[in-house]
Design a protein around this ligand. Sequence first.
Ligand code: THU
Length: 141
Amino acid sequence: MTPEKLCALAKDAMHHAYVPYSGYKVGAALLCADGSVYQGCNIENAAYSPTNCAERTAFFKAVYDGHRSFQAIAVCGGKDGIITGAFPPCGVCRQVMREFCEDDFTIYLAGPDGTWEALTLAQLLPHSFSAKKHMNGDAKL
Ligand code: THU
């Protein structure tokens, strides 16, 4: 799976976004360790805080299906589905990534015209809290 292909799948996922409040469509494509890909979109809510981001939709779909090991995720978004620049994952999504992914998990931020940049989870969430690092013995992973 190339970064270009994963970014293209994230872009496709934007079409599924349910965004009557913000109008910002976000798409994600999550690459599992076995090579399978799960797409996600953001799903908004009238009460605002129940809104689920595209990245978490992808993760939750994959985890439901039994996946626990992941290689990379591509993310893109923009007002009315128009990508004008990188749309980086929010802090909550970064923490969900932390739950299942290692420091070298790659986040591709897809930009306009097929451009992308790659960052690691360690770069996006330094000095993070994780069960593996801080709950040894207590977390039933
Ligand atoms: N959003 C995502 O889907 N992923 C992120 O990581 C950042 C924000 C969504 C939530 C909301 O529907 C819209 O973008 C505007 O905040």
